[in-house]
Design a protein around this ligand. Structure first.
Ligand code: FAD
Ligand code: SIN
Length: 541
């Protein structure tokens, strides 16, 4: 095993990781290492379509108060009001920063920034780039800066597999696997930043790419960090419905923001039956409306009717969506896109402050892997990219002020023991991970998905326990595929256990057997030692 030391280690190269690296490099003169398990640009961030929220001073119809109010309403009682205000107040400054880094947001002919609308926003406040390629535009601008920065080094195709914790529960570094050579390396650092994104791959239907296996949340949980609100998964209403695939193409909510409407294959516009905001109600409501229509009438999907949007608008705003639909033989100008819900975003994650601090010293988290309480039980569209950049900036400020003492600490017995487990080769027989993964993802979709109940959740837990008996690799695994499966098992268990604890329906968590929302809103927490909902200790397990 090779050993190195770095003042700052960032795991993940989505917008959260890249932004943290750039900001740190501006505020300190120390070295930064980014570890990323695929190529530099592959991430959930890259696929973001709709855009990023900006409360811009020139948008006189908007205000921080209004954005905070919308975020709190969507969050169904669990959005922290001070957190929402903190993030919203910084949005205009961070958007300016992005522009300074080379992101070209779309503009009207008079050079004013175009702002679009998405579900549950009271006003148009979403900036977009490249029409429907906002994530790709931001990711490209930031990754180019990182690649040209001599103080930032990058380990590509490298997987973080375990965190080093000393005997006083301080994070001291990370063990990584080079996927190409199969070699392990220990990186010692007193500031390890998890920016590993979400976990959509836990479900058989998801808009997330294959990297989204919840590795960072798993690493933090294994290390003993507090994990919050894992029952809250956001299912996007409109993923393109074509043949089964590991990842489904998204049809952005901003298509509805520009006037598209959902209808059944029989031609009935149905969303107003479920909420007066109709097609632009909060995501959880629109998703359940589609789910119930599909279930009641046996539809395989519903249709998104884009025929009311002028052709020119469709071409300029949604070039990417248009291209992918065309490849599937769908003409969006004529107007009927087959869509159905898919897992999209995890509101829960590693509990952090708005400065990215976790419950463990030396361990930080930012982006979708974290849970600041901004999104509560249901994230407002386009608030995620905003949270990534605001918290990354705050985290960089915080770390720049701290002393970074980096020492090789394998003399600590706990760290030494962990490293030795990764130096041995001890495997049982090789499993067919693809089959095990399919079993898990299908079980999660069917039993811990959009509509849940106790029996279904227990069935998911039973299948999960069987899989755990079959795949018992607590430390060193054979390869990256096994590590990712280990993460999927951990994330599934955290979702199921949290969903069983919450005996109510709220935001993205809907239980058919407890459809009411309890009067008192409370976050749920899980760590290796305990699981509870704030204010009400739980005896579920
Ligand atoms: P990611 O961008 O997912 O980056 C995670 C990084 O971590 C990747 O580089 C990955 O390879 C790396 N990684 C993971 N595990 C490991 C490991 N073990 N070792 C090393 N590296 C690892 N949000 C919005 O606000 N607006 C939108 O318009 C929008 N549209 C979306 C559209 C789609 C299709 C999807 C999937 C999401 C969308 N979202 C949107 C959500 C948003 O894109 C994500 O929440 C956000 O980009 C997450 O950024 P991140 O940097 O935290 O994680
Ligand atoms: C979308 O474009 O519909 C996705 C936006 C988001 O997830 O915030």
């Amino acid at each position: 095993m090779k050993f190195i030391q770095k003042p700052y280690v960032i795991i993940g190269s989505g917008i959260a990781g890249l932004y943290t690296a750039i900001k740190l490099s501006e505020k300190t003169d120390k070295e930064i290492l980014i570890i990323t398990k695929s190529n530099l640009r592959e991430s959930n961030s890259r696929y973001a379509q709709g855009g990023i929220v900006g409360v811009l001073p020139e948008n006189t119809r908007d205000s921080v108060d209004l954005h905070v109010e919308d975020s709190i309403k969507a969050g169904a009682g669990l959005t922290g009001p001070e957190v929402a205000r903190f993030i919203s107040e910084r949005s205009a400054e961070l958007i300016n920063d992005l522009i300074g880094y080379g992101v070209e947001f779309d503009k009207h002919a008079d050079r004013k920034i175009e702002l679009t609308l998405e579900g549950a926003h009271s006003v148009n406040r979403i900036l977009h780039a490249g029409g429907d390629a906002t994530g790709r535009s931001i990711e490209l601008a930031l990754s180019s800066l990182v690649e040209n920065n001599p103080r930032i080094s990058i380990y590509k195709q490298t997987l973080a597999v375990d965190l080093l914790l000393d005997s006083e529960s301080r994070c001291k570094g990370v063990i990584v696997l080079d996927k190409n050579s199969g070699n392990y390396e220990t990186v010692f650092s007193s500031a390890v930043i998890i920016a590993t994104g979400g976990a959509g791959q836990v479900y058989s239907r998801t808009t997330n790419p294959s990297i989204a296996t919840g590795d960072g949340i798993t690493l933090a949980y294994r290390a003993g960090a507090t994990i919050q609100n894992m029952e809250f998964i956001q299912f996007h209403p409109t993923a393109l419905d074509f043949e089964e695939n590991d990842s489904r193409f998204l049809i952005s909510e901003s298509v509805r923001g520009e006037g598209a409407r959902l209808k059944t294959p029989d031609g009935e516009y149905f969303t107003c039956k479920y909420d007066k905001q109709g097609d632009l109600a909060p995501r959880d409501i629109v998703t359940r409306a589609i789910f119930f229509e599909m279930k009641e009438h046996g539809y395989q999907h519903v249709m998104l009717d884009t025929s009311e949007i002028p052709e020119e608008k469709l071409r300029s705003r949604f070039p990417n969506i248009m291209k992918v639909c065309e490849e599937q033989g769908i003409d969006i100008i004529k107007g009927n896109i087959p869509v159905s819900p898919a897992a999209h975003y995890i509101m829960g994650g590693i509990k952090t402050s708005v400065f990215g601090e976790t419950s463990l010293q030396g361990l930080y988290a930012v982006g979708e892997a974290s849970c600041t309480s901004f999104h509560g039980a249901n994230r407002l569209a386009s608030n995620s990219l905003l949270e990534c950049v605001v918290v990354a900036n705050e985290l960089a400020n915080l770390l720049a002020e701290k002393e970074t003492e980096v020492s090789v600490s394998n003399a600590d017995c706990q760290i030494g023991c962990l490293i030795s487990l990764y130096e041995k080769n001890k495997f049982d027989y090789k499993r067919d991970i693809a089959t095990l993964k399919n079993t898990l993802r299908t079980a999660m979709w069917e039993n811990a998905g959009i509509v849940r109940d106790k029996d279904g959740l227990n069935e998911a837990l039973r299948i999960l326990n069987d899989l755990k008996l079959d795949f018992n690799q607590p430390y060193k695994c054979r390869d990256a595929e096994e590590y990712e499966f280990r993460s999927l098992l951990t994330i599934s268990e955290l979702i199921i256990r949290s969903a069983l604890m919450r005996k109510e329906s709220r935001g993205g968590h809907f239980r058919d057997d407890c459809p009411k929302t309890l009067p008192e809103a409370a976050n749920s927490y899980i760590s290796k030692d305990s699981a509870f909902i704030a204010g009400n200790c739980c005896d579920m397990f």
